[in-house]
Design a protein around this ligand. Structure first.
Ligand SMILES: [Zn+2]
Length: 700
């Protein structure tokens, strides 16, 4: 979903299409164990508490380093599994979820004859995915129609309808030449319009093509080798493959230079450029836009948001400058590279070697069952989600988490009313926005219907291709129709949460409301510190440097007085200044402008959680537990949401593309600004976890 620019997750979402892994042997399948609990027929999720004393390292002073104190032994006890690029409480829960979902899918696959349509869809998809032998036998045959089509055009002008058709097969975070689809009109959030955006790259970000440091040069060299290898797997000899790889690199570098940086993309006005078809034809006349939209059967289009326009000027330039043979190479590489999950093991191996091993540091591929569970979740999330929530998300759980959401929102209201730096005028508008937020908990009220898609147990490549097309067409079909406010961007099984600025809604899937994050067996303190903080985080996104530019209805519209905006900017600058000082790996610092929204949300979220917790427990007699005060339990619960171990390769990549700060700073960077923390642990002025008063950052 490369087009959603204003959606903020608590964690970076996993890039599904490049997490391709490989084949597994039958032995690995037998040894890896399934989620079926011993002696029972039903899959179960394992339990771990939301405050875990065995994770604490008592040799560390919490006033010196809260993260090390709360997570030190977790780090020792939880080395990164060989098939993972990093490891954390979230990642572990996600992996537990995969095992659990595997149990559901194996049951669905084995259920045969009388099953309902949802069970058939997920069961057959999973069965087809697990048939590694068939993928190996078909090999490139699975892409024959696409590869044949790429050979047809005789001029760049004839590329239009080909690009249109091929884009339907490329999903996830990759796009072919550019990204396209629909989105809410930035000025009228109840209207869905056509959109065109930058894209078309094989490396994770445009900066990879432009940086001149030694590491970036090395990565480009390795990427060239990867592209060359894909051409060789497509049947080219070494010399031709090398030449085509160099051509592709030149074309992508041109696209990268015309793309906005991640920091620029955080400015909603840089992503707004509403135009129409006539103007688009003038902007990029070498592409036949009428034919493009006709081919994809778009509804009638009055407005297209084309941003950044400069990107399409570059597309247009290359359409003229590059001979048709170069375009064919470009398309062949991207179609093959993004299809590697359902091609032969040689493609999967190469995809893993470059994207997951070299760029992110994983040592081994994930076993095939894991990849298949993830692909089922990615492609049929709201079918698999139905089976999942029936087992893990009771109405009581929904009610208790909703209660917490309501309390956090009440805390936000209280905060806004008592802010000393904001005028009554702006406060009034902030409250309107707060009251306009929709809360979505657990799963959608209305499930997505995949019944129009043919899914069979014998055609994995076809299943994925048809489901990827289904998703593109679903998005295209939204144009001109009323906005569906019940829609979710992620599946119910996802261990993540998000705020969407144009919807003005906060979304917490069932997957993120499980222990050890939300733990119904535990007292309020760690639950508010952990899940309360997450809820507060998403809520604060509505009021961070970016979200605060959208109003209660999700329109990009200023509701601030100039004076208040200036004071707000000074406060967010304090946060970005603090985080820019933190080192990620080697000489790489946090890019405080990239992570500003997340850092502001982390800080605001925890302050809100603290206020809400105090409110929720004001008549309760809170006492020491396990030698810890309730306040200490609140902050340990907070820190333990993000206990993690990380590989340097992955940290380096995430410093460029991930708007979230590394785990240690997401914890310590927040509490240094909270006198409530210093008080809870008796920390003194001058200790590392206590910012001196003149350096304390506070936005909300
Ligand atoms: Zn966030």
């Amino acid at each position: 979903m490369p087009l959603r620019k204003f959606v903020y997750f608590i964690r970076q979402k996993v890039n599904m299409k490049t997490v391709a892994t490989m084949c597994l042997s039958l032995l690995a399948l037998l040894l890896s164990g399934s989620a079926f609990a011993q002696g029972q027929g039903e899959p179960m999720l394992p339990y771990s508490p939301s405050l875990d004393l065995s994770s604490i390292d008592n040799s560390v002073d919490p006033c010196a380093n809260l993260y090390q104190y709360a997570c030190g032994r977790w780090q020792k006890n939880n080395p990164i599994p060989a098939d993972q690029t990093s490891w954390s409480v979230y990642a572990k829960l996600y992996q537990d979820n995969l095992k659990f979902l595997r149990g559901i899918l194996e049951q669905a696959a084995a259920s045969g004859g009388t099953r309902d349509s949802v069970t058939q869809e997920i069961g057959d998809f999973y069965t087809a995915c697990m048939d590694e032998g068939e993928a190996e036998r078909r090999g490139l045959g699975a892409l024959k129609a696409q590869l044949d089509a790429i050979e047809q055009p005789r001029s760049a002008r004839e590329l239009t309808s080909l690009v249109a058709r091929l884009q339907l097969y490329v999903g996830g975070y990759r796009s072919l030449l550019f990204s396209a689809g629909s989105d809410q009109d930035p000025d009228n959030s109840e209207r869905v319009i056509a959109v065109l955006g930058q894209g078309g790259l094989g490396l994770p970000d445009r900066d990879y093509y432009t940086r001149e440091d030694a590491k970036s040069k090395e990565i480009r060299e390795r990427y060239l080798q990867h592209v060359q290898k894909i051409f060789e797997l497509l049947g080219e000899n070494g010399e031709s493959a090398k030449k085509h790889a160099e051509t592709l690199m030149r074309m992508e570098t041109g696209l990268a230079k015309a793309s906005l940086t991640r920091v620029e993309q955080r400015d909603p006005y840089k992503l707004k450029n509403k135009t129409d078809l006539a103007a688009l034809n003038k902007l990029a006349p070498n592409f036949d836009w009428e034919a493009y939209y006709r081919e994809l059967r778009y509804p009638s289009i009055e407005i297209i948001n084309v941003a950044p326009a400069s990107f399409f000027v570059e597309v247009n330039r290359q359409l003229e400058a590059e001979p048709i043979e170069n375009w064919k190479s470009y398309l062949r590489f991207h179609i093959a590279d993004t299809s590697s999950p359902y091609l032969s093991s040689a493609f999967e191996q190469e995809n893993f070697d470059f994207y997951r091993k070299y760029l992110r540091g994983a040592k081994e591929m994930q076993p095939r069952w894991k990849r298949c569970v993830q692909l089922t979740d990615y492609n049929l999330g709201e079918a698999l989600g139905q089976a999942y929530v029936r087992k893990v998300f009771s109405p009581q759980l929904k009610q208790s988490t909703l209660d917490m959401v309501v309390r956090i929102e009440a805390a936000m209201e209280q905060r806004i009313r008592t802010l000393d730096w904001m005028s009554p005028e702006t406060k009034q508008q902030a409250l309107v926005k707060l009251h306009g937020i929709r809360n979505k908990i657990g799963y959608p009220d209305k499930w997505r219907d995949y019944s129009s898609v043919k899914i069979t147990a014998k055609d994995f490549a076809g299943d994925i291709q048809r489901l990827t097309e289904f998703e593109h067409r679903r998005r295209i079909a939204k144009i001109g129709k009323p906005v569906d406010h019940g829609e979710w961007e992620i599946s119910p099984t996802t261990v993540d949460a998000y705020y969407n600025a144009q919807m003005n809604d906060i979304n917490f899937p069932a997957g993120v409301l499980q222990p050890p994050l939300y733990d119904p067996k535990m007292d309020d303190a760690p639950n508010y510190g952990n899940t309360g903080g997450t809820i507060g985080h998403e809520l604060t996104h509505g009021f961070d440097d970016e979200g605060s530019q959208f109003d209660a209805t999700g329109n990009l519209k200023n509701w601030w007085t100039d004076e208040d905006r200036k004071k707000f900017d000074e406060r967010t600058k304090c946060v970005s200044g603090q985080y820019s000082n933190y080192v990620v790996v080697d000489d790489v610092h946090i890019n405080g402008l990239l992570t500003m929204g997340e850092d502001v949300a982390d800080l605001g979220g925890e302050i809100l959680a603290y206020i809400a917790w105090k409110g929720a427990t004001k008549n309760k007699d809170l006492s020491l537990m396990d030698g810890l005060t309730p306040e200490q339990r609140f902050f340990i619960g907070y820190a333990q949401w993000d206990c993690a171990n990380e590989r340097p390769e992955d940290m380096r990549m995430r410093a460029q593309v991930d708007p979230h700060s590394p785990p240690e700073y997401r914890i310590n960077g927040v509490v240094v600004n909270m006198p409530e923390f210093a008080k809870a642990f008796g920390c003194k002025a001058g200790q590392p976890m206590v910012n001196p008063p003149e350096k304390v950052c506070r936005v909300w």
